[in-house]
Design a protein around this ligand. Structure first.
Ligand SMILES: NC(=O)c1ccc[n+]([C@@H]2O[C@H](COP(=O)([O-])OP(=O)(O)OC[C@H]3O[C@@H](n4cnc5c(N)ncnc54)[C@H](OP(=O)(O)O)[C@@H]3O)[C@@H](O)[C@H]2O)c1
Length: 233
């Protein structure tokens, strides 16, 4: 079995990579930083020597780089069991005064990357006993909150993408799950004043992904909302 994870060197993507490596999956990972990819590959290979790991540096904002990553995967794998469209950026702000270009940057990174990669990888997911696409949405996908700005717009769109895909793939034996975590301790929160234990752990989100994957092919978890026990921040 194998899994593609975008944005797999840090935070939630990294935790999902670790969980699936521990469960015996082969991994195809991408992120922009080649150094971080090499470090991730080295660390996971040492911990899980039986896991085969492909890695590819790519800036998912650019269509040609997304397609190059998909071609790289196709050179190595005939089929793909799981695709996790995780990569994303969070730039806080307000529509009325955020910098010009912020919406474009987050739509390209958080939405277009997933749309383009999914279209390129889907042919490798047809006809398998079990195939699954996870789309990283957010609680920002279903309500607006202070300083959500264009991030929230991109995540509303990501949920729309996930819902459309779910309908299209219903009779194709490919499950689609929208992941909607609240505050999860990752780099994005490192500069904040909140104590780490107030937030969820990235490994909690990885466990939810694993749980959804494990169900029988006749069941799909369409969406997963996860929040810190004490609620939103
Ligand atoms: N943390 C939260 O509270 C939270 C809550 C809800 C949803 N989410 C969502 O969960 C996902 C992961 O968030 P995170 O907090 O784990 O983020 P993170 O710790 O900042 O990690 C982001 C990952 O994505 C990669 N990445 C970013 N931009 C990229 C690009 N243009 N091309 C390729 N790779 C790129 C990063 O590597 P490079 O920098 O090397 O490219 C890194 O591996 C995002 O979609 C985010 O919106 C997070």
């Amino acid at each position: 079995m194998n899994i593609i994870i975008t944005g797999a060197t840090k935070g939630i993507g990294r935790a999902i990579a670790e969980k699936f490596a521990a469960e015996g999956f082969d991994l195809a990972l991408c992120a922009r930083s080649e150094n971080d990819l090499l470090a991730t590959k080295k660390e996971l290979s040492q911990k899980y020597p039986d896991t085969k790991i492909l890695s590819y540096p790519v800036d998912l904002r650019h269509k040609e780089e997304v397609l190059a990553f998909a071609s790289f995967v196709k050179e190595h794998w005939q089929d793909v069991n799981i695709l996790v469209n995780n990569a994303g950026v969070f730039i806080p702000g307000e529509i009325q005064n955020e910098e010009d270009g912020v919406l474009e940057q987050m739509i390209e990174t958080n939405l277009y990357s997933a749309y383009r990669l999914t279209r390129a990888i889907l042919p490798l997911m047809h006809g398998l006993r079990k195939a699954h696409i996870f789309n990283m949405c957010s609680i920002a996908s279903f309500f607006a909150y202070p300083n959500g700005g264009s991030y929230s717009i991109s995540k509303f769109a990501m949920l729309g993408f996930s819902k459309v895909l779910r309908e299209e793939l219903k009779d194709k034996e490919i499950r689609v799950t929208a992941l909607m975590p609240g505050a999860t301790w990752t780099n994005s929160w490192a500069g904040s004043n909140f104590p780490e234990e107030r937030l969820m752990k990235a490994s909690d989100v990885a466990l939810a992904v694993w749980g959804a994957w494990q169900m029988s092919p006749s069941a799909v978890v369409e969406s997963i909302v996860l929040r810190p026990q004490l609620g939103d921040l």
